[in-house]
Design a protein around this ligand. Structure first.
Ligand SMILES: Nc1ncnc2c1ncn2[C@@H]1O[C@H](COP(=O)(O)OP(=O)(O)OP(=O)(O)O)[C@@H](O)[C@H]1O
Ligand code: SF4
Ligand SMILES: [Mg+2]
Length: 326
């Protein structure tokens, strides 16, 4: 297994923001990490890369096994060596990863020279090859351009190129396309998915778009208020979501022929971290199936039909009916 996260708990100050989160992704697989705003997706990404320490985050339990090595307890210098080389992190805003004063080529070359020890000439040849593979036309010319000369979609491809230049084995992409228009989003997501299959790397794709999950992910992990609601193979989840929250999220995918106004969100919102209950299901306030048990006991995780689901009253094994979204 390339990455195995088991019972990961994370706190910042007195806030316990992740509560026993588990999932795994292997080489050649795309795992979608989904959930509404505030569910803990970005914090999970920051925990995996160790960057969460910079905002005062402390892993209070669990393990993050990357290729068998536990990252949770790894000292910062060792983590720094992994980041950028074996594990690449792509964020929503490509500009934050690019230096406005250096050409695209210099920035991508630099990664290969630093991590792979390539000569200037070899690094540039590799950069042009990678940019071409990312379907950037006139790659040699683009390599001589500065970030401000490129469109948002091009800049995002360059950031992906930097991840590839170091030969990363695991890419964590946090909403890598939300700033882009829909057509460009689809292109970038397909490029990422192709790379995963071709190069047998692992990809964790953070998104709130269940349509994207259905399109390119193999596995999915649905987060709600810092806990895993449901996880497992994508086809199984879409065929028969067991957790009322997953069912509601799937009900939120706009379908062909649906009037724009017909897309209904799930009423209410994710509770703020300060209001997270411990001995309860955190979805209870919004769940049509909630009862007294849900409000006083944490739902145990059960594994059935290949899915892990944390719910006292899961939907039937083969029902695809979304109950919450109407
Ligand atoms: N530095 C911080 N200090 C305190 N609380 C934080 C901090 N960062 C995030 N949180 C809280 O942790 C919870 C999860 O945040 P996170 O950013 O991981 O959500 P997300 O799923 O990435 O949401 P979005 O879709 O909006 O990006 C939220 O309740 C958020 O307010
Ligand atoms: S545990 Fe209860 S409140 Fe939570 S999702 Fe399941 S049925 Fe709904
Ligand atoms: Mg986020």
């Amino acid at each position: 297994m390339l990455l195995e996260v088991k019972d990961l708990s994370l706190s910042i100050g007195i806030l316990r923001l992740l509560d026993r989160v588990s999932f795994a992704v292997d080489r050649g697989q795309v795992l979608g990490l989904v959930g509404e705003s505030g569910s803990g997706k970005s914090l999970t990404a920051l925990a995996l890369t160790g960057l969460v320490r910079r905002i005062g985050g402390v892993v209070t339990g669990g393990v993050i096994l990357f290729d068998g090595q536990d990252l949770a307890g790894l000292p910062e210098p060792a983590l720094r060596r992994l980041r950028g080389k074996r594990i690449a992190f792509i964020t929503q805003n490509p500009m934050s990863a690019l230096d406005a004063l250096k050409t695209i080529g210099d920035q991508v070359d630099q990664v290969a020279r630093l991590h792979l020890g390539l000569s200037r000439r070899a690094a540039r040849a590799r950069t042009v090859e990678i940019l071409t593979r990312l379907r950037i036309p006139d790659a040699a010319q683009v390599a001589r351009a500065y970030p401000h000369q490129l469109s948002g979609g091009m800049k995002q491809r360059v950031v992906i190129a930097m991840a590839l230049a170091a030969d990363a084995e695991l890419i964590i992409a946090d909403e890598p396309t939300t700033a882009l228009d829909v057509t460009v989003q689809a292109q970038i997501v397909m490029i990422l998915a192709d790379l995963v299959r071709q190069r047998q790397i692992g990809l964790i794709l953070i998104t709130h778009d269940m349509g994207v999950v259905a399109q390119i992910c193999d596995l999915v992990c649905v987060l709600y208020a810092g806990r895993v609601a449901e996880s497992g193979p994508v086809e199984t989840l879409f065929a028969a979501p067991r957790h009322p929250y997953s069912a509601a999220l799937i009900g939120c995918i706009p379908r062909e022929g649906m009037a724009p106004g017909a897309l209904k969100g799930i009423p209410g919102g994710v509770p703020s971290a300060a209001a997270y209950g411990d001995a309860c299901c955190r979805f209870a306030e919004r769940c049509p199936r909630a009862d007294a048990l849900c409000r006083r006991t944490r739902p145990p995780e059960r594994i059935e039909g290949g899915m892990t689901v944390a719910c006292h009253h899961p939907l039937p094994l083969l029902s695809a009916a979304p109950e919450v979204a109407r």
